[in-house]
Write a protein that binds this ligand. Structure first.
Ligand code: ASP
Length: 340
């Protein structure tokens, strides 16, 4: 591991776009704390709290798009490179900042992942206020629109209902009602400090209108995020199930361990997901994945990259260095868009 590194924080675009009414975005906040000597994970969590609390952001924390029953259920995971520890929560309700609960799991338990009611009870016992409903008028309105479009007949056949709900959600996305970054909306944030300490974290409301209780890749170590201090940090946004089946963040870090640059390691991860995608319902007319997925990759030398399966949709990611926060282009594996 190099002795000194230029600090950097990267994330998906939500870490640049949302400021919760304040002056700074996630990557700026985390970067400023890292350079003023804060622990790298504390800094990332403080950054991630900004989009989590922003009511305009509909894929993360408060006001995230709810599950099929209209309930906001949140997932989050964090990994701290220097101590080689991680903590996570899945399907937690009533807490705007699941990242803080994930960090408490890391710091105050012998466990890695707490789920559902148990995660909420754990948080309540630590003094987190529990809210009855994390919907905003915006997230509730979009759920009502989805519900209106899903005909009651779909309750007759679980398989048909699932498929119809997914197609209606995709249609709402193509109509521009739901930004792609909200249907699959997550913050994936990674940082390195001047002493080489690395951390990575995720926070998400998961896939919009998901089956209640569903946990995606975001709270699962090795899938949503993985950090090996001295090697690198990787994490994702997009179709979580595709990532889970390949444990891609772990795979990408292992590629970096073998000497790959973050960009090549991330592209290798996307190739693995593409090769794993064989079900016809998940393939487009070209026989390629009918979904997008992105990776944010940082190595122990402070080199980084943002990669996506397709060149369409969100085309940039967030970076903060000593030059300030900026958007940089995502490197796509495939041309076109998932729906082509
Ligand atoms: N990966 C997340 C999940 O599947 C969603 C997302 O990143 O948008 O829950």
């Amino acid at each position: 591991m190099p002795q000194t590194v230029k600090p950097v924080v990267i994330s998906d675009l939500s870490g640049y776009r949302f400021k919760n009414g304040g002056p700074v975005c996630c990557v700026e906040k985390a970067f400023s704390l890292i350079v003023s000597g804060a622990d790298v994970l504390d800094a990332l969590v403080a950054g991630v709290n900004i989009p989590e609390l922003d009511p305009e952001e509909t894929g993360i924390g408060y006001g995230g798009l709810p599950n099929a029953d209209g309930v906001v259920q949140l997932d989050s995971c964090c990994m701290h490179g220097p101590t080689r520890r991680a903590g996570a929560v899945a399907a937690i309700e009533g807490i705007r900042t699941p990242s803080l609960v994930a960090k408490a799991v890391l710091e105050q338990t012998d466990h890695h992942l707490l789920c559902g009611k148990g995660a909420q009870d754990f948080a309540r016992n630590l003094g987190f206020p529990i809210e009855v409903d994390l919907n905003t008028a915006k997230s509730r309105g979009l759920w009502l629109e989805w519900k209106r479009r899903v005909d009651a007949q779909h309750y007759l056949d679980p398989a048909r209902k699932d498929r119809a709900g997914y197609e209606i959600a995709l249609q709402m996305m193509w109509e521009g009602l739901i930004p792609e970054g909200s249907f699959w909306g997550t913050i994936s944030c990674h940082g390195i400090g001047p002493n080489g300490a690395m951390a990575g974290m995720t926070s998400t409301s998961g896939t919009a209108w998901k089956i209640p209780g569903r946990a995606g890749d975001s709270p699962v170590i090795g899938a949503g995020v993985y950090v090996d201090n001295g090697v690198g940090s990787a994490g994702s946004t997009g179709r979580g199930e595709a990532n889970l089946y390949a444990l891609t963040s772990f795979f990408i870090v292992e590629c970096m361990r073998r000497g790959m640059h973050p960009k090549d390691a991330g592209l290798e991860g996307l190739r693995r997901i593409k090769a794993n995608t064989v079900e016809s319902r998940l393939l487009n007319s070209r026989g390629e994945p009918a979904f997008n997925i992105r990776f944010f990759v940082l190595n122990a030398r402070g080199q980084y990259a943002g990669l996506s399966m397709y060149a369409s949709g969100e085309t940039a990611f967030a970076v903060c260095t000593e030059n300030g926060a900026e958007m940089q282009p995502l490197e796509p594996l495939l041309p076109g868009s998932p729906g082509d």
